[in-house]
Design a protein around this ligand. Structure first.
Ligand code: ADP
Ligand code: ZN
Ligand code: ZN
Length: 744
């Protein structure tokens, strides 16, 4: 027998409140997650509608008590049906409970989430009002509050409810009393908080260049031919004008009477970016971001559902905007790892967007100057349609890049983090009053602290990672926040030569300030952007020439055009090369190319100096040449050789426990189970995760490589089943990550 878990009102907070019904034989083929059905409910013959969220074969209560579904609602397919179907797809493809998946795709309405603005409107004409006032005053012991309210309404015929209750301090019961007597109407209109603050920017009308028009025309031609459900990858070099292309396609989408979702990494979601959309589409655009309260996000989703807005701009989660007539999903900077969710279901926005687009016969556009290997490979294979934009707008040249070998600097006696070449270039720009960006791929004052005599590295006692120096004498763990005093001597050998080696942004700032005392320096990293607008304020200040040099981590490479930056210094290009997973080269190529792309975006040509200890590494060389294809060729050869994605798919199973041998035992049991059930399976591990312990929780990993994604799903299903049944390692938690984006 087959059963369906049915949810009655999905906008309620309690998504986990489901009811089990039986699916009659004749409805089996038409009922699946997302289907809206009619069910008998409660006593008598009451019938209501509900959504199927899950299908199973196990009854949760006495079978005799489980009622059958009456029928399927056929007339209209509500947006909720589609989102539930998408949640079911995510559950299957990424591993999670249905509940986790539902909570990801469905905006949760909390109580009081809708800010209701009520207005009290006076209904009495002048004479009636005066009569009422007189009769009230004639009463001995009349209510002063009533008198006040009546008087106020006679002066001003419409008053906000909040003003009456809060400012005038009149009890709401009196308003209700007036309403009952027919003195007033209480009108309430739901007020949606519009998060977009207009910051009008003057923009000359832009005429698309040939590259840009070609991209648009290709897509529009496909649309004319009724070919909507394609995925396009726009590979456009930095400054090639991708955003303008998006606008053009968005406009056409709205003309078609459709809505669109534009995903932009949170870090690039700046006023400058948002305003470009707002300028063009006015209040047809809404945004969501992670700084919003759940209520604010909910409001924006409601506006989208009601058709009040047609374009939603936001990070990963904007993908679930409940547009009923979705026509287009754009994913800008599609290579960004923030498109992968870090909590279950660990979905990738790209795949999920494609799945959602399929349900709507909608188009997906991916854009990047440095596409992910996965996407580019699919484009090469014809699964996506590759569209290229190879030059910058207005015939601006790509910046000139030069690689500097840091080992040579050391040998020549230069111990500064700034190479001689970079120093000369900075001098030059300061003289010319042009701007400089210095890019460092890490945060904090310094990297790890170690002893120069014995090599001992000071680590977090809970996390197995090195502690970083903050504010001169504090050591802090970036994972768990553990903090301790910096020791004066080496705890191992007692040597006094203990200190940090690799510089962080704060250290670079000190050095630069010391070397260029007259330069105005700004720093942008996790520490300086903590406030709500920290990020924004720094970018603005730099754009307004309130500083000559901006020092920062990867966050300076996104979201703002600085026209007068003519020099970008990349201080240690290879820091990201030594990452603990196979994405090291790809990340390095992306970071260096994107950082370099910040130079020369205005009328002045740009120069980039790339400092590195590994000047021959192909990712550094290809980035310096801004040659994506050369990089792709090398990197795909390596992935093929090693059978890493995209050559293969990968499933990571992470088992955690506060008891190390529980974690290890469970991980080993999972490997044994899989090897017993699946011939030829390739399990790696179990072994310690890249970070073997966080906050006293031990972490063991298993990696499984498999060309066929569906087989990975089968492995996951098998493990999930085992986890439900087995109680042996109760003190553990297990989760899945398909095609992980970073090391664990
Ligand atoms: P990308 O997203 O590829 O980095 P943008 O769309 O941000 O590029 O364009 C870079 C700059 O060039 C922006 O300031 C944009 O307004 C401008 N721009 C884009 N297309 C044109 C064009 N056809 N003519 C003039 N300026 C353009
Ligand atoms: Zn020592
Ligand atoms: Zn720690």
């Amino acid at each position: 027998m087959t059963f369906a878990d049915i949810i009655l009102d999905i906008s309620l907070e309690k998504l986990d409140k489901t009811f089990q019904y039986m699916i009659p034989e004749e409805l089996l083929s038409s009922v699946h997650p997302g289907t809206q059905v009619v069910i008998p409910f409660g006593k008598g013959s009451r019938r209501i509608k509900g959504f199927v969220v899950d299908i199973s074969h196990e009854p949760k209560l006495d079978i005799a008590k489980i009622k059958p579904i009456c029928g399927v609602v056929k007339d209209s397919i509500p947006i909720e049906s589609q989102l539930i179907e998408l949640a079911a797809w995510m559950k299957k493809n990424y591993g999670s409970t249905m509940n986790q998946a539902l909570k990801t795709v469905i905006p949760i309405k909390k109580k009081q989430s809708i800010k209701e603005k009520k207005r009290v409107v006076f209904k009495l004409d002048e004479k009636m009002a005066r009569d009422e006032y007189a009769s009230l005053m004639a009463r001995t012991n009349h209510s002063v509050a009533k008198e006040e309210l009546l008087k106020a309404l006679m002066e001003k015929s419409v008053i906000d409810w909040d003003v009456i209750v809060n400012d005038m301090d009149i009890p709401s019961s009196i308003i209700r009393d007036f309403e009952k007597k027919g003195f007033v109407d209480v009108l309430s209109d739901r007020v949606f908080r519009n998060p977009v603050k207009a910051d009008v920017v003057d923009r000359a009308d832009i005429v698309l260049n040939d590259d840009q028009s070609n991209v648009c025309n290709r897509i529009f031609t496909d649309w004319l031919n009724g070919d909507f459900n394609n995925t396009y990858l726009i590979h456009g070099v930095t400054g090639s004008g991708k955003t303008e292309v998006y606008m053009e396609i968005l406009k056409k989408t709205l003309d078609r009477g459709k809505s669109a979702i534009v995903l932009i990494p949170e870090i690039a979601l700046t006023y400058q970016t948002v305003n470009r959309f707002y300028d063009r589409f006015g209040d047809k655009v809404s945004i969501i971001n992670s700084r919003m309260t759940p209520a604010e996000r909910f409001d924006q989703f409601e506006r989208a559902k009601s058709g009040d807005v047609s374009i939603m701009v936001g990070p990963r989660s904007a993908l679930f905007t409940p547009f009923t007539n979705l026509g287009l999903i754009i994913i800008d900077e599609e290579h960004e790892s923030s498109y992968k969710s870090e909590v279950a279901p660990r979905y990738h926005a790209r795949e999920t967007a494609i799945a959602r687009a399929k349900m709507n016969d909608a188009t997906v556009i991916l854009g990047s100057a440095t596409p992910s290997l996965e996407s580019y490979d699919r484009a090469v294979k014809g699964e996506y349609i590759l569209l290229e934009m190879n030059s910058r707008v207005m015939e601006r040249p790509l910046p000139k890049c030069e690689i500097v070998d840091l080992r040579d600097e050391l040998m020549s006696g230069n111990r500064s983090i700034l190479s001689r070449k970079l120093q000369t270039a900075i001098d030059d720009r300061l003289k010319k009053k042009e701007q400089v960006m210095l890019f460092l791929n890490r945060r904090g004052m310094m990297g790890f602290i170690s002893c120069r005599a014995c090599g001992h590295v000071i680590k977090c006692p809970h996390c197995d990672v090195s502690l970083s120096l903050h504010g001169g004498d504090k050591l802090r763990c970036h994972y768990c926040g553990y903090e301790t005093q910096k020791p004066k001597e080496c705890p191992e050998c007692g040597s006094k030569y203990i200190g940090g080696f690799k510089a962080g942004t704060q250290k670079v700032e000190e050095l630069v300030k010391a070397q260029y005392p007259s330069a105005r320096v700004l720093r942008m990293d996790m520490d300086t952007t903590k406030g709500k607008n920290g990020h924004q304020d720094i970018l603005r200040a730099f754009a307004n020439h309130e500083a000559d040099i901006l020092i920062g981590t990867q966050m300076i490479v996104k979201g703002h055009d600085f026209n007068d930056v003519t020099l970008v210094g990349i201080l240690a290009a290879d820091m990201s090369l030594n990452a603990s997973d196979f994405h090291g080269a790809e990340r390095t190529f992306q970071l260096v190319t994107q950082a370099a792309g910040r130079a020369g975006r205005g009328d002045l040509a740009g120069e980039v100096i790339i400092q590195t200890y590994q000047p021959d590494n192909y990712s550094v060389v290809a980035a310096a040449a801004q040659d994506y294809k050369a990089f792709y060729k090398q990197e795909i050869a390596y992935r093929n050789l090693m059978d890493y994605p995209p050559a293969s798919h990968m499933l990571l199973v992470l088992v955690t426990s506060t008891v190390e041998n529980q974690a290890m035992g469970q991980a080993q049991a999972i490997v044994n189970l899989l090897e017993k059930n699946f011939d030829g399976i390739r399990c790696m591990g179990p072994g310690d995760a890249g970070i073997a312990r966080i906050n006293d929780v031990y972490r063991k990993v298993i990696y499984i490589k498999e060309a066929d994604y569906n087989r990975l799903i089968a492995y996951k299903d098998q493990v999930e089943k085992y986890l439900l049944e087995s109680k042996e390692f109760a003190n553990t938690a297990t989760w899945f990550d398909f095609d992980p984006m970073s090391g664990f």
